[in-house]
Design a protein around this ligand. Sequence first.
Ligand code: UDX
Length: 447
Amino acid sequence: MKISIFGTGYVGLVTGACLADTGHDVLCMDVDQGKIERLRNGQIPIYEPGLEPIVKHNAEAGRLKFTTDTAEAVAHGVLQFIAVGTPPDEDGSADLQYVLAVAKAIGQHMEDYKVVVDKSTVPVGTADKVRDVVRAQLDHRGLELEFDVVSNPEFLKEGAAVNDFMKPDRIIVGTNSDRAEEVLREVYYPFNRSHDRMIFMDIRSAELTKYAANAMLATKISFMNEVSNLAERLGADVEAVRRGIGSDPRIGYHFIYPGCGYGGSCFPKDVQALARTAYDCGYESKLLNAVEAVNYAQKHVLFDKVSHYFQDDLANKTVALWGLSFKPNTDDMREAPARTLMESLWAAGAKVQAFDPEAMEETQRIYGDRDDLQLCGTKEQALRGADVLVICTEWKEFRSPDFAAIARALKEPVVFDGRNMYEPQMLDRHGLLYYAIGRGRNQFQVD
Ligand code: UDX
């Protein structure tokens, strides 16, 4: 099938590459000339496992092409995927200007039937706006062409996006058109063969499904973070509690890991956007507001622990920091807890020596050169001359470090672990003080 994709960001590029990989004829469009040039040369703008080979392979096979020409992209596909950004406005609502600009372009250039697919995460009611914008352009041109607007939200996890696309848990399609349903069934047929994963519903329900899924996951995390804060004050171990409650299949083991707060491009933005949508329709979501507030506070917990340890005097202290990305297997630093920590440390006069397996360039890009940040080539280098170690991201290579070497390298033998990666006894054996989240020795524990 001929498919056009608007936006070669995270969602658009993964969608385009994976659809091309099953034989579809895909044209990706982006307004960023430099990005399109780089993609044509096989350079991938993001780090995502498995993405580069399929982009290259399908580009070489001629099934995946790139353009900056809007008219060409509209002419190409019967399917027009909108996968452009929806950054948060100042009030937390999603900014739809890029989505609606694509809709306008489709209305300006289309000459035959199109299925316009909202892939970006957009507020409930956006499909109606997209339809109005396309229709207005067609009216302006005096044309009565048929088209459908469909909501088909993505559920891709960064770091596992290719796999999530190729083996989806579910494919949600919101539509009121049999014709569009047939087209969507055909395009997703390669991903839907072993059993039917496609769930069709009305458009607004599909739009809400995406937000409800992310808000539910964020709620689980904030709930566990709250339990971890309670555990610290009650002298309990949240890791034991996690295993205890996870064994109930109604609760399950997934997404109940306490930590230093959720980050990334989706949860923070989507929870806020849904709370805003609720507010706009006259309903105050106390739960969503609390999920957001708990997460905000949780992102400050590591700093509070470090500051408390040094009796609120961090001037001239150097903190070794392992892990900068918002989670492992990505270089994405958006809303990363490590940023909150670093910025608080700097504000308190401390220096940071940081290492991350993938996010070093991104950190450099965001913060530039500064005296209180040293980007280190290895995790061992980050320890050299530092006072204490803090871990913000649970990268695999941090799982079994040389604890004796950590104890030797640090001025103070203290590890603050924002991801509960270790057994407290292991660090104890090496003479390391261990402050994790909701467990072990820590300053809030009641004796
Ligand atoms: C998420 C959704 O999982 C995905 O379905 C959606 O399409 C986009 O948003 P992503 O942002 O890539 O994907 O990250 P995810 O793996 O879900 O993690 C989000 C954040 O939650 C990370 O900061 C992670 O560290 C944190 N997290 C996750 C926890 O703190 N505890 C957990 O138990 C799970």
